[in-house]
Ligand binder design. Structure first.
Ligand code: TRP
Length: 463
């Protein structure tokens, strides 16, 4: 979504029109492929129940504190990331710059996955559900045929990117946003229905157990790291976004309550997406797919829809809504890149839109071809798309989060954030928790996790 359209002018900077306007806008940015595509495959891959437990624990401690801090910094300075850090302490402006790199890496590969969603939507429009789930004569699933093709992923990527840019260029974000207020609730209901269906399939019980029951043997640095990075990704944290949103927030809105609402909304959707997909992995009799990674949703859902009455219709509606959720996020991501380029390089809007387009094309093409013609090129064992995901989520975001904590904990001090939250006599109920997490728990945890994961990536330790 684009904040500009949700604003009315007051004082020098525009503000969100209503209390619920802020929460809806921030939640609209937060809910997207992160919840529907990324969460289920991470949960499946990293131990199910243990991942879910860690995710929730981190959301109420770390995610909560970081989101409060970012929104408060934005509202206090009325600036977006680069400017905000610069204004508060010039030595820390590099944190804003690092944060800005994240959306620039994410936007292109986000559009590649958006393209995959479009491909499946199109397939269900043109083919019966059992054909979408079938393999071809060479034994490849539709998804495998897609990602190994030298042209198809590019076509769908360009289409998705094209729609995103079209919406921005003709300025109809407002219309998209208004429709999302109706379509998002429908999406939630539909995922809930698919989740219930999935859980009642024969064999699903093992999957439900796997997803909901934490197992101590799954507790590892890797699981904590993946839960933490998924949290950042899903809540759009550690990339400057929430600072920008905060900069448009009115002083009379309660930051603490808003953060809870955004977190609950985002987590419920992710949880339901996991409940729709993970039990189905077991019901389809292919637990080896738990390790499938980015392809999980596109392997399992077709099998699920093939068993369902009216599966084709449900699939069309489902993939349309996923496309829509992805589109609202990609618009917001693209807009973020445009405004970063506008601010940082003092460019006008149109050249910034064009420049962002070129970055998207370069990174997006690599990500599109990474599983097919460029599959022989890997870095630390990762294909391009996984590499971009790793760089933004597992490297840059933890670094940005670490410095944000140090900045708030020791430079401007937690009191600066607490005072901002308590403007207008509001009480910050969890300020003790906030202070302890920002000063000690979060920075120490991030350092341990980062060091361990770097050592692991270079094969020094196994986890
Ligand atoms: N949080 C979004 C999701 O879950 C993805 C995302 C990451 C995003 N950074 C963003 C969306 C910035 C909008 C703006 O899909």
């Amino acid at each position: 979504m684009s904040e500009k359209n949700n604003l009315t002018h007051s004082n020098n900077r525009s503000s969100f029109t209503s209390k619920i306007g802020f929460v809806l806008a921030a939640a609209g940015s937060a809910v997207g492929l992160g919840n529907l595509w990324r969460f289920p495959y991470c949960a499946a891959k990293y131990g199910g129940g243990m991942f879910l437990l860690l995710y929730i624990v981190l959301a109420v401690t770390f995610g909560f504190s970081l989101m409060v801090a970012e929104i408060a910094i934005g509202r206090k300075t009325r600036l977006s990331a680069i400017g905000a850090f610069d204004k508060l302490k010039a030595e820390y402006s590099f944190v804003g710059v690092l944060a800005s790199l994240v959306p620039i890496i994410i936007t292109p590969y986000y559009c590649v996955i958006g393209g995959w969603v479009l491909k499946f939507l199109w397939s269900y429009i043109t083919m019966p559900a059992n054909q979408v789930a079938a393999t071809n004569t060479a034994g490849l699933t539709l998804f495998e045929q897609l990602i190994t093709s030298p042209t198809e992923p590019i076509v769908w990527f360009l289409l998705f990117l094209g729609v995103t840019i079209l919406v921005i260029a003709i300025g109809v974000e407002k219309g998209i946003e208004n429709s999302s207020k109706i379509l998002m609730p429908i999406l939630v209901v539909l995922i809930a229905i698919v989740a219930i269906y999935s859980c009642t399939l024969p064999g699903a019980v093992d999957g439900i157990k796997y997803y909901l029951k934490p197992n101590m043997k799954d507790l590892s640095v890797k699981t904590v790291l993946s839960a933490m990075t998924q949290l950042f990704y899903s809540l759009s944290l550690a990339m400057g976004i929430m600072i920008t949103y905060g900069s448009y927030m009115k002083k009379d809105i309660n930051i603490e309550t808003s953060v809870w609402q955004i977190e609950i909304f985002d987590t419920v959707i992710a949880f339901l997406a996991g409940l729709a997909i993970i039990p189905a992995v077991f019901a389809c009799g292919s637990p080896e797919n738990l390790k499938a990674g980015p392809s999980l949703m596109f392997i399992i859902l077709p099998q699920l829809f093939a068993t369902m009455k009216a599966g084709r219709l449900v699939a069309i509606i489902f993939f349309f809504l996923v496309f829509f959720a992805a589109l609202t996020s990609s618009i917001s991501l693209y807009e973020t890149c445009v405004s970063i380029i506008q601010d940082k390089f003092k460019q006008k809007r149109t050249p910034s839109i064009v420049f962002t387009f070129f970055i998207c094309i370069i990174i997006g093409l690599l990500a599109s071809l990474g599983y097919g013609p460029l599959a022989m090129i890997t870095f630390l064992g990762m294909q391009f798309l996984d590499l971009f995901d790793f760089l933004s989520n597992s490297v840059l975001m933890p670094i940005v989060a670490f410095f944000t904590c140090i900045f708030v904990g020791y430079v401007i001090k937690p009191k600066a954030v607490i005072d901002e939250v308590e403007t207008n006599g509001v009480k910050f109920k969890l300020k003790k928790l906030f202070t302890i997490v920002i000063k000690y728990v979060a920075p120490i945890l991030i350092v341990i996790i980062l060091v361990a994961s770097i050592l692991q990536a270079f094969g020094k330790i196994s986890m």
